[in-house]
Design a protein around this ligand. Structure first.
Ligand code: FBP
Length: 551
């Protein structure tokens, strides 16, 4: 594989680590825990993994070692996030440090690798190729859900064949929920296989009292913010375009919010606020139009608007429409067999409630079609495929034309659309993500060596220098509550949406009028720096800093 000079340099970067993980480690158990809500139900469903204590790792004398060698299997689950390879490198190094005969197997293509017995042995040569690199290509990822007992039993078969003592699942909230279900099942079966989760997702919505941030969020937001900054400088130079920029993040608006804090755009929509204010699509359009008109009055016919990818689902009427479509399209062979967009459109209209039908008809055809595309494995619409930024441009443009006709708008409106998602998910991890992920991997090894199961690898105190980070384990049941999925109540890790009373959102709220109207208050963050002064290279996200400062 040919490499750029930066790739070569990054291969020998040694991630910074907490003092506690630099030598031998002892595990200190705290008090027993409770789930965040629905304690009786969660306890009932997880009799063996409920109430476990939080674990903290402390340095102790001696060198890390274990006399009996053991094997571990690792799975990458869901969307790519920068740093995943370093979790695996940390796991590998941690295992070899404990006993050079320990082995690490990678299950290929995500959770399906466990079920279909697709795996490869990860050797030192392979691991070295992937140190501090972006992507999940070392073993691949996938979105198969591990939720049925026949899948769990197939997992036992392969683990017994390969002598695997523990499975590490690197994933988001759903994958870690499934990790806990698997841990519980294996305890009930008495097969002795441990399961440990690791907190991954660029979306930033796997966080709580214990998990300060999911890995990948830092790098992805820095990449998008660089691109937004570049666009802002272009906008401010040419002074002729409005840029509508949609950002990945699925339901939560954490990415859009963080990018706004880093780059100070003229407008940043936050889905959670739209929902709390019960805003319609027209309300959102009016809000954008007001800023455009005000800026046009100052002869500023340019600007930037950040749009979270999940926005459309947070508009109450749209949510009802999408829910109706989800229900209608679930395993609907009649719909799938229809030929052509027009036939499909007519079918959908005939099946919707009158209110949803009116809304569906009012949407541009392209957007309406995107709403009926294939669902994800959870039966949800894939928001990454809905071009909300184009919908907003079309609606804003129509509204401005009306205002122009009445003489209340005299500006020029020329808009460009962008969608940033895949550009950031496999970037070379920032120092923060490279360090954080490596520590998550090492921590997971210690949890396994100590016989723990049903835990998520935990590294916290992340706004401090890496040496002061605190490593440990958090019982996954502690993060769970009951939620409705496919019409049934299920135990799931609670997803963290943007907190409208939280410091990051309040910062945006207190500055957005100034950012909307100012000639320019843009920040141009520039690219991620890997080498140089610590205040340039090692800073965590604004979100993390503001959240930790407000505690
Ligand atoms: P995870 O939740 O699995 O980490 O994936 C996040 C994400 O990048 C979302 O931001 C986005 O909506 C989705 O994946 C896109 O999925 P796909 O990779 O299947 O297109």
């Amino acid at each position: 594989m040919q490499k750029s000079p930066l790739q070569i340099a990054r291969q020998s970067y040694q991630p910074k680590m907490p003092i506690a993980l630099q030598g031998n480690v002892k595990l200190v158990e705290g008090a027993k825990t409770e789930s965040v809500a629905d304690q009786a139900d969660i306890k009932d469903l997880f009799p063996n993994t409920y109430g476990l204590p939080v674990i903290t790792m402390e340095p102790t004398a001696g060198v890390p070692s274990c006399s009996e060698p053991f094997n571990v299997g690792v799975i990458l689950s869901g969307g790519q996030a920068p740093g995943g390879h370093n979790v695996i490198c940390g796991l590998y190094d941690g295992l070899k440090q404990l006993n050079p005969d320990n082995k690490l197997y990678g299950f290929l293509g995500g959770p399906s690798g466990l079920v279909e017995h697709q795996y490869s042995l990860l050797t030192g040569d392979i691991i070295d190729e992937y140190r501090n690199t972006g992507g999940f290509d070392i073993i691949g990822s996938g979105r198969t859900k591990l939720e049925e007992t026949w899948q769990f039993d197939k997992g036992i078969e392969i683990c017994e064949e390969l002598g695997i003592k523990a499975i590490v699942i690197i994933g988001g909230d759903d994958s870690n929920t499934n990790a806990c279900v698997l841990a519980e099942y294996y305890l009930q079966k008495g097969c002795g296989i441990q399961v440990i989760g690791c907190p991954k997702t660029i979306d930033g919505d796997l966080k709580n009292e214990m998990i300060e941030t999911s890995f990948g969020f830092d790098t992805a937001c820095k990449v998008y913010s660089e691109l937004i900054g570049n666009i802002q400088r272009d906008a401010n130079s040419a002074k002729k375009y409005w840029h509508f920029i949609r950002l990945m993040g699925r339901s939560a608006s954490h990415i859009a919010l963080e990018c706004a804090l880093q780059s100070q755009p003229n407008i940043c929509l936050i889905s959670e606020e739209v929902e709390s204010k019960n805003m319609t699509l027209n309300d959102i359009v009016e809000q954008i139009v007001e800023v455009i008109v005000n800026r046009a009055n100052e002869n500023l016919n340019f600007g930037t608007i950040l749009i979270p990818e999940g926005l459309i689902e947070f508009i109450p009427a749209m949510r009802i429409l999408i829910q109706e479509l989800n229900d209608m399209l679930a395993h609907n062979e009649e719909f799938s067999s229809l030929e052509g967009d027009d036939a499909k459109r007519e079918y959908v209209k005939s099946m919707l409630s009158p209110a949803s039908c009116d809304l569906y008809r009012s949407l541009p055809k392209g957007i309406a079609r995107q709403l009926t595309l294939d669902r994800d494995p959870h039966g949800n619409v894939m928001v990454s495929q809905i071009e909300t930024e184009k919908l907003l441009i079309e609606m804003v443009s129509k509204r401005l034309a009306q205002l122009k006709a009445t003489g209340s708008y005299k500006g020029k409106f020329s808009a460009l659309n962008h969608f940033f998602g895949y550009e950031g998910r496999c970037a070379i991890p920032s120092n923060f993500d490279a360090d954080y992920c490596y520590s998550i991997g090492i921590t997971a090894t210690h949890l396994i060596a100590a016989g723990k199961t049903g835990y998520m690898s935990l590294v916290r105190n992340l706004t401090k220098p890496a040496a002061e980070w605190i490593a440990g384990g958090v019982p996954i049941t502690m993060m769970m509550n009951m939620e409705k999925r496919h019409g049934k109540m299920k135990p799931v890790i609670q997803k963290a949406l943007v907190d409208l009373n939280g410091a990051p959102f309040l910062y945006l709220k207190s500055h957005r009028e100034e950012w909307a109207d100012a000639n320019t208050s843009y920040i141009y963050p520039g690219p991620i720096q890997y080498y140089g002064p610590t205040e340039v290279c090692d800073q965590p996200t604004h979100t993390l800093r503001l959240e930790q400062q407000s505690k």
